[in-house]
Design a binder for this molecule. Structure first.
Ligand SMILES: C[S@@+](CC[C@H](N)C(=O)[O-])C[C@H]1O[C@@H](n2cnc3c(N)ncnc32)[C@H](O)[C@@H]1O
Length: 337
């Protein structure tokens, strides 16, 4: 494959083998398990045609690595979860691309007092996020359009464990929020206008902004197929911009940790294969934060998906060459009491 020299230099500097971009990765699909599918199979109707039984409009494509990042949070129904960079891009693959926020919301289920709070700085990406939330009929989620490095809203103390099926909603008078950063609330949030919010979060996901070099789809579709290298190359060639990105990643991690309750779990992830945006950020953070410890990641992985090399024990790097899925890094931190 012919890549621009600047991209090859970038990969060499970070010890990434350009062969990763020749791996063909499978696609995974999710749906909100509160609304079971009529069938759990997708049939091959006749050559070239797949058939899905209804209801199918909330089936969403996602990378396995994204699912593992959410699994690493060990969500339970009473968790108050913060997703500090929650919005997806829109690469229009099949029926859309899933967000970790929608998987988190689906995992919270309907039986507990938990909820998920999403934050993202990009309005257009939040619109993608909102349409996925709607399609997946997400119940207990709210999303803010603001800077995750300074976000300071605490978690709702509790949301009632009443499952109100999305389909059966009655018309109710909704109170308009006086918070200009509040972008979208799910049905159950809107119904409970006066929820007190004084809790730190049990779980925090910092799925940080990054160079996306591990995302094979991003590199192969946007950059190679549509020849849109310009923005990508500008970013990786400009050392000051890269330093700014590392600083952003660090500050997102710092703020997420600040909002995490003692004994809580924070997962830091990126879809970059580099050391600079992963191990180096975590190392620096651990040096500066004595009550943060790295924990093992014991999430179930299909046998064919072998994690690649990391230079910081306990973290996981999916390397397309040995994992067979898109490039991704995950670290799990606990805040000691
Ligand atoms: C890797 S993407 C997130 C993907 C998303 N978690 C998902 O599962 O689809 C990183 C996100 O960080 C957002 N971002 C960049 N700077 C930010 C900031 N200062 N505060 C909050 N979000 C930011 C970007 O807009 C982008 O949506």
């Amino acid at each position: 494959m012919n890549f621009p020299d600047a991209f090859i230099d970038f990969l060499n500097k970070e010890g990434v083998d350009p062969k990763v971009y020749s791996v063909e990765t499978p696609r995974y699909f999710i749906w909100n398990t509160l609304y079971p599918l009529e069938t759990d199979t997708i049939e091959k109707e006749f050559p070239g045609v797949l058939k899905l039984e209804p209801p199918y409009d909330y089936i969403i494509g996602i990378d396995l690595s994204s699912l593992v990042a959410v699994e690493t949070l060990d969500i339970n129904p009473n968790d108050k979860v913060l997703d500090l960079c929650c919005a997806p891009g829109n690469n229009g693959f099949f029926v859309g691309v899933g967000t970790k926020l929608s998987v988190i919301a689906s995992k919270l289920g309907d039986s507990g007092i938990g909820s998920v709070t999403g934050v993202d700085i990009s309005l257009s990406r939040l619109n993608n996020c909102r349409s996925i939330m709607k399609r997946m009929k997400v119940n207990k989620a709210r999303v803010y359009c603001t800077d995750g490095t300074t976000f300071d809203k605490l978690a709702p103390d509790e949301l009632p464990n009443i499952f109100e099926p999305f389909q059966k909603k009655r018309k109710t008078k909704l109170q308009k929020s006086d918070d200009p950063t509040l972008f979208h609330e799910s049905y159950i949030f809107k119904r409970r206008a006066n929820i007190s919010c004084n809790s730190l979060y049990d779980k925090v996901l910092v799925d940080a902004e990054c160079t996306h070099d591990g995302s094979l789809r991003h590199i192969l579709k946007s950059c190679v197929e549509f020849n849109q290298w310009d923005n990508f190359l500008k970013r990786i060639q400009d050392q000051a911009a890269l330093e700014g990105l590392y600083d952003l990643q660090y500050r997102l991690l710092e703020n997420g940790y600040k909002l995490l309750k003692p004994d809580g779990v924070l997962v830091y992830s990126t879809c970059s294969l580099t050391q600079s945006q992963n191990e180096n950020i975590i190392r620096k953070f651990l040096r500066a934060t004595p009550n943060a410890v790295l924990e093992d990641i014991n999430t179930f992985l299909p046998s064919k998906v072998q994690p690649g090399k990391v230079t910081l024990p306990k973290c996981i790097r999916f390397d397309p060459l040995c994992s067979g899925i898109s490039g991704f890094f995950i670290a799990r931190l606990r805040k000691l009491k």
